[in-house]
Design a binder for this molecule. Structure first.
Ligand SMILES: Nc1ncnc2c1ncn2[C@@H]1O[C@H](COP(=O)(O)OP(=O)(O)OP(=O)(O)O)[C@@H](O)[C@H]1O
Length: 560
């Protein structure tokens, strides 16, 4: 306590001395009681009272200014202020000049759509391809990436490595390139979280230009480049929990699958495709009537009957990207679901697979159905699924996400399920699921058509091109090898080119009839028929000869 008081005392005495000096007489500071010590020792000291202080403000200021220490401080303060103002001015000037000469655009992976545009565009730029100090990352979700990558070095005309492999200049080295006579500097920043795990990537483009139009132009080109990339096939995005939230992540670009390769009962494909086409072309009609511009399709029925394949094929036909989500995603809740659905682009397919299995609250509000008593055999005969960590999506959360106020417009929803009866009627009502399409086990008609397509020369080629026959199994070839293109591609010594015998269409029809006669009606899935035919890729006669035995064996195995 005493030290500050002493300092105060010193300051005051200096002040009054100074005052005295200015007034020309002895210091007026004196304790009222002369018997009290002038050196204060504790807090009970007397407050000195000042005499001769001018009462007007300007003279008080001039007295204060007459303090040399105070004068110095004010000088320092003013000088510091001036320096700071100068610094700010310089920074402002620099920024103004910089901004008027350079346009800067940032693209972050969290906004994947814009990021992928610029990413596609950059991959086409020569300096980007020729960068020396590079970082290579292979798309981990693509099973073809490394093979294509390896092969394309040996075969310049083969599949482009740029489709599959991400090549970036390292973070330390940026890249300079030219765009419409404007110099562009591109640098990449990789942000990491507290554990050092990459959390996002940012691409910064600095363009030497006066007008922002250059960036707008570049974005348009980037968008075109991306669309061009996409239209070689369809891009699949998946809802993934990354960086502490659910986001859409680009998973892979898949070749289109021809609609012909999917064999369904007559009229099914056409109805669905026409309906989807008609919907996409009717935005005005919906708008003028105030009806939300959304359409939902529920594909249900036997496993392996072509539900997912048909969606894939329709996406290719309509040139739409597919956004896949599983409602049983761990940690997915109503809020995350709503955000995911509302962040969908305007024209796309939202695919919700196995929509029945996911909710923490059972879909079915009917208590009788909940215990499975009133459900048909499909529901009751299924073994109970193993207890997995459940998502926190509720039925009302799902319904809100699908047609709530924030729900995306212009999207086609495809939901698939093997348990139609387990679905809540609210979910299936028109407006949410407008068309319900049942997929049954293979009919004889389907078996015959599939046989014809499988062994027809065009079908054979198309099937290979579309990458449908991803896995082989059985006699004719070794198992689990990948057919990538219609070229002869040998992986691990396995041959994937099959020479079909020349069959006239009459012969093929005859064989198809024989084949279908041996297939019992609605007993096998199309997937299992495909599995059987894969054993006889180049041997239609063998396929016909063996089908009856295979069918009876399969039947016996199932009965057992
Ligand atoms: N109708 C069909 N026409 C042609 N191929 C089919 C058909 N149905 C199934 N397949 C083939 O069977 C395999 C599995 O088909 P897909 O995944 O589309 O069935 P799914 O009905 O979606 O099955 P799940 O309900 O188990 O998901 C695919 O390789 C596909 O080529």
């Amino acid at each position: 306590m005493t030290i500050p008081l002493l300092i105060t005392q010193q300051v005051l005495s200096a002040f009054t001395n100074n005052l005295g000096a200015t007034n020309g007489h002895s210091p007026p500071l004196c304790p009222t009681n002369s018997s009290t010590s002038t050196t204060p020792t504790n807090a009970t000291m007397h407050t000195p009272h000042l005499q001769g202080l001018p009462s007007d403000f300007p003279s008080l200021i001039s007295i204060f200014i007459s303090f040399s220490a105070l004068r110095q401080s004010i000088k320092v303060l003013l000088l510091g202020g001036l320096v700071d103002i100068f610094r700010r001015l310089v920074v402002h000037l620099y920024r103004t000049i910089y901004r008027s000469f350079f346009i800067t655009g940032s693209f972050i992976t969290n906004d994947y759509e814009a990021y992928s545009w610029i990413d596609s565009w950059l991959r086409q730029q020569k300096p980007w391809k020729l960068a020396h100090d590079i970082h290579i990352s292979v798309d981990p979700t693509s099973d073809e990436t490394d093979i294509n990558y390896a092969f394309s070095f040996g075969q310049p005309k083969g599949p482009s490595i740029w489709d599959k492999v991400s090549i970036y200049p390292t973070t330390t080295e940026g890249i300079s390139l030219w765009y419409k006579r404007h110099w562009v500097w591109v640098d990449r920043i990789v942000e990491t979280d507290s554990q050092g795990v990459e959390s996002s990537r940012i691409l910064n483009l600095t363009i030497l230009a006066w007008s922002r139009k250059v960036l707008d132009c570049l974005m348009l080109d980037a968008k075109k480049a991306h669309r061009l990339n996409e239209h070689r096939g369809i891009c699949v995005y998946a809802a993934k929990f990354k960086y502490s939230e659910y986001q859409w992540w680009h998973m892979a670009c898949r070749a289109k699958r021809s609609l012909q390769s999917i064999v369904l009962d007559p009229g099914v494909k056409d109805t669905l495709l026409e309906d989807a086409r008609d919907f996409l072309a009717s935005k005005q009609w919906y708008d003028s009537r105030g009806i939300p511009f959304r359409r939902g399709y529920l594909l249900y029925g036997a496993p392996g009957s072509g539900k997912s394949s048909l969606i894939h094929s329709i996406a290719g036909e309509l040139k739409l990207n597919v956004y896949v989500m599983s409602l049983s995603g761990v940690g997915l809740d109503d809020d995350a679901l709503r955000e995911l659905v509302s962040s969908l682009p305007t024209r796309c397919i939202l695919l919700m697979e196995d929509i029945d299995v996911a909710l923490s609250n059972p879909f079915n509000r009917d208590p009788k159905k909940k215990d499975g008593k009133s459900s048909p055999s499909t529901t009751t005969s299924m073994p109970a699924p193993p207890a997995l960590p459940r998502s926190r999506v509720t039925l009302s959360g799902l319904l809100n996400a699908l047609d709530g106020i924030a729900a995306a417009e212009g999207r086609l929803l495809f939901a698939t399920t093997n348990k139609y009866d387990a679905l809540d009627p609210a979910l299936c009502r028109p407006g949410r699921m407008d068309l319900h399409i049942e997929f049954k086990l293979a009919s004889r008609y389907q078996a015959a058509q599939f046989f014809k397509y499988f062994f027809s020369p065009e079908g054979h080629q198309k099937k290979e091109e579309s990458g449908v026959c991803a896995k082989t199994s059985g006699k004719a070839d070794d198992t689990s090898s990948t057919i990538l293109t219609s070229q002869v591609v040998t992986v691990g010594g396995v041959r994937h080119r099959h020479d079909l015998p020349d069959l006239s269409s009459t012969e093929l029809s005859l064989l198809a009839d024989l084949f279908s006669e041996a297939v019992p009606e609605r007993e096998f899935s199309m997937a299992s028929l495909q599995g059987y035919l894969m054993r006889y890729k180049a041997d239609p006669h063998g396929a016909v000869a063996g089908i009856a035995e295979w069918a009876s064996k399969e039947k016996g195995r199932r009965e057992q």
